[in-house]
Design a binder for this molecule. Structure first.
Ligand code: COA
Length: 327
């Protein structure tokens, strides 16, 4: 039997502070009704003083380790997908490595925006083909609330903070990652970007005044590209895996907009129970969205061993991708 990468533990961490749609009515010209119907979002969680990306990531990692029944020194590689690291250097992965005491692990961050966790799973899968007895910790973790312009109603309603983690190892039991597909189109970068705080230009007070440290998005255009790319990557995954839409036991899409998810559900002909949704609680948590969803699905008991799971994501860059696995 072929050796494949299986997930043996999942975990997540969500900050306690909740921002309701009603709270946003105080900040920008919007309404609870508009946000619910256009996005499906009802609440999002955000960090408070002292809570950081690496702390959330570390907590998610500890929960995953506990489920896997592993000690931190059993981890050989830590990959953190994020676009909102604590700082440019060191990586969040190194901070997590220290915080959890994963003394045997290599560690690096991966920048692929909302598709980052799926990129991370694909990298872990490649690594485990060389070292099938190793354990790889893949985390998606974001503190987007610090990169959101709370005066921009086109973006501030959408995003939230949180972290999710999964631990992978090699196994020969017919389960595990069946296929992954990664895509990008950098020509469309400026439809969804944080223009400031990089090294392209000197960071100046004028830049900060202009809000270049915040997420800027052309929502309508991003929406169109997201629908098209997600549909195509979903079909591509099914074809490579040799699955039909109805074979999927659980579809776990990136939680960016309920209307996009609903479109995909109908396109696949899936019943509502087969699509995991938690966007109403957390909003769009970028790289953390799929691992949080996966952990919630796992802990709720709906993921039985061997269940066919298809994960798809799309984000800034643009990046998009899929991972199909037998749970
Ligand atoms: N409250 C009230 N009205 C709002 C609003 C808000 N928070 N945000 C935008 N509007 C207004 C717009 O100004 C526009 O008004 P106009 O017609 O007078 O110009 C109108 O609502 C429609 O705007 P539009 O941008 O076309 O709305 P939409 O239906 O596309 O929804 C998003 C906006 C952001 C929810 C949606 O485009 C979206 O989800 N985009 C994709 C996000 C995504 O998938 N990201 C993935 C990568 S992370």
């Amino acid at each position: 039997m072929e050796t494949r990468s299986i997930i043996i533990g999942t975990g997540s961490a969500i900050p306690k502070k909740i921002i309701h749609n009603k709270d946003l009515e105080e900040l920008v010209d919007t309404s609870d009704e508009w946000i619910r119907t256009r996005t499906g979002i009802v609440t999002r969680h955000v960090v408070e003083e002292g809570e950081t990306n690496s702390r959330l990531a570390g907590e998610a990692a500890k929960n995953a380790l506990e489920m896997a029944g592993l000690s931190p020194v059993d981890i050989n590689l830590i990959i953190v997908a994020t676009l909102t690291p604590d700082m440019p250097m060191p990586s969040v992965a190194c901070l997590v490595q220290d915080a959890i005491g994963a003394k045997q692990a290599g560690a690096f961050d991966l920048a692929a925006t909302c598709s980052g966790f799926l990129y991370g799973l694909a990298m872990a899968d490649g690594y485990l083909r060389i070292h099938p007895d190793h354990h790889v910790l893949v985390i998606g973790s974001e503190v987007l609330s610090r990169r959101v312009n709370w005066k921009d109603r086109g973006t501030c309603i959408l995003f939230g903070d949180g972290a999710g983690a999964a631990i992978l190892t090699g196994a020969e039991n017919g389960r595990g990652i069946v296929t992954s597909h990664l895509h990008a189109d950098g020509s469309l970068w400026d439809l969804l970007a944080i223009r400031g705080l990089g090294t392209r230009e000197e960071v100046t007070p004028a830049q900060l005044e202009a809000g270049l440290q915040f997420i800027e998005m052309n929502g309508r255009e991003v929406f169109k590209h997201a629908v098209r790319a997600l549909e195509s990557v979903t079909m591509e995954a099914l074809e490579t895996a040799g699955w039909k839409g109805e074979d999927i036991d659980l579809f776990v899409p990136h939680q960016a907009n309920m209307r996009i998810i609903e479109h995909l559900r109908q396109r696949l002909g899936l019943s509502e129970e087969k699509v995991f949704i938690n966007i109403h609680k957390y909003g769009n948590t970028s790289a953390a969205s799929i691992p949080i969803a996966l952990d919630e699905a796992n802990r709720s008991g709906i993921l039985k061993p061997g269940a066919k799971v298809l994960m798809v994501a799309f984000g800034g860059g643009f990046t998009w991708g899929s991972v199909a696995m037998k749970w």
